[in-house]
Design a protein around this ligand. Structure first.
Ligand code: ZN
Length: 415
């Protein structure tokens, strides 16, 4: 791949202060060779250069939670309650063929690029997203989902999972990694959790779990009541019956919490839970707009940060939020926790990279890291460069690069 030089009105490396009139040189290996003030970045004659006069150049955004196979689905009616909504998602997924899932995953990945996202952590069960990522030479982790709330379903669930992991394994090439995702405490039994966690530990695979999202999930585990418990009774699935203090504690009893575990949502979490997650070294995919859209409440982001949990931001699927817009998530995270614009931008770049264990490779513009960048049209309102980047919208993305390769370019604005 040819080397590339990008200059912009502002360069925000995230790992260091903003550079006014900055540039980056991306090498033929797709990695950052030089970053700094324009005059200090070489202009090799054979390297194509481009200048974004009014633009702002940042590291590509990291979306730590997507379901790209659901791209294009629309659940028009408002949900009566979360448990019914989950049931409805399961139904509409049955209406789509394998080819349609693959087409949806490809569109979903393009949508990510158009929104300035260069790395995704995706959970899904069809295998379409890892295939779309491999074809596109994308960067990220595709977590293979597994379901099975009844302990009696475990052998069948594990056999299915083994088959899907084998099929998907051939797409784990380049910067695409495969992981495991035992879906959620209301859809996976304790023994199945323990078995999948042991598998992840043995094969050193990343794990992702939806955890402590709804009040209905807490009710099911802590008291055996509520809409999930009713749904289980209707399907003759035995209730967990362990009565833990919280969903986080329940998952810990089954050996799922560790440094490779990405916990998605974590809304229903008290101070003791956050301490436990910190002790185990877990990472967090914080999805403020999805949590709000479902009426789950707000996750204790400030407490996650004060306990030094590794936190990234995630959009969740188009069924929860209509547009995947990570900068909008960053603004929501800021409003929730009172962090400054710099910290909010860090959450959707270097923070997300750290949550995925990829912060030595991506998340900031530093020599040796991948040349993943986004060029934004900054908001015209005043404020610091970070503030102006944060206030930009999805439609302000001018261009996106993955490993120095252009993957998105906005249509020129007609005057
Ligand atoms: Zn999700």
């Amino acid at each position: 791949m040819p080397a590339r030089r990008l200059a912009a009105r502002w360069v925000l490396p995230i790992a260091g202060p903003p550079i006014e009139g900055g540039a980056v040189l991306l090498g033929p290996d797709g990695r950052v060779q030089v970053v700094g003030p324009d005059a200090a970045v070489p202009r090799p004659p054979e390297v194509s250069g481009e200048e974004f006069a009014g633009g702002m150049l940042l590291p590509g955004l990291v979306n730590t939670h997507t379901h790209l196979e659901l791209t294009g689905f629309d659940l028009a009616a408002p949900e009566p309650d979360f448990a019914s909504w989950i049931g409805r998602v399961r139904e509409i997924k049955e209406s789509r063929s394998a080819e349609e899932f693959l087409a949806a995953a490809r569109v979903g990945l393009s949508d990510c690029y158009a929104a300035g996202v260069t790395t995704v952590a995706d959970t899904g069960d069809t295998g379409s997203v890892i295939q779309a990522m491999a074809e596109a030479g994308a960067s990220g982790i595709a977590y293979q989902e597994v379901f099975g709330p009844g302990p009696g379903q475990m052998a069948e669930s594990l056999a299915g999972l083994r088959g899907r992991m084998e099929t998907s394994g051939r797409f784990a090439v380049g910067r695409v990694r495969l992981g495991l995702s035992p879906h959620a405490p209301y859809s996976v039994s304790g023994p199945l959790y323990a078995a999948v966690a042991a598998w992840a530990a043995r094969d050193e695979l990343p794990l992702a779990v939806h955890l402590a999202e709804s009040r209905a999930e807490s009710e099911l585990l802590q008291r055996g009541t509520g809409p999930f418990a009713e749904a289980w009774r209707r399907r003759a699935i035995p209730l967990p019956g362990e009565q833990p203090h919280s969903p986080v504690e329940w998952l810990d009893r089954h050996g799922v919490l560790g440094e490779r575990t990405l916990c998605i949502h974590l809304v229903q979490t008290g101070p003791g839970d956050v301490e436990r997650l910190a002790r185990r070294g877990c990472a967090v995919a914080h999805c403020p707009l999805s949590n709000a859209a479902h009426g789950h409440g707000a996750a204790p982001l400030a407490r996650f940060l004060s306990h030094r949990l590794r936190v990234g931001l995630g959009t969740d699927s188009v069924l929860s939020v209509t547009r995947l817009d990570l900068l909008a998530e960053a603004r929501a995270a800021r409003a929730l926790s009172g962090i400054d614009a710099e910290s909010a931008l860090e959450l959707c770049t270097l923070g997300g990279a750290g949550a995925l264990g990829l912060d030595r490779e991506i998340g900031s513009l530093e020599v040796g890291k991948w040349g993943d960048c986004v060029v934004l049209r900054p908001a015209s309102t005043g404020g610091s460069p970070a503030e102006r980047a944060l206030q930009a919208g999805r439609d302000d993305v001018i261009a996106t690069f993955v490993g120095g390769r252009e993957v998105y370019r906005a249509e020129p604005v007609r005057s």
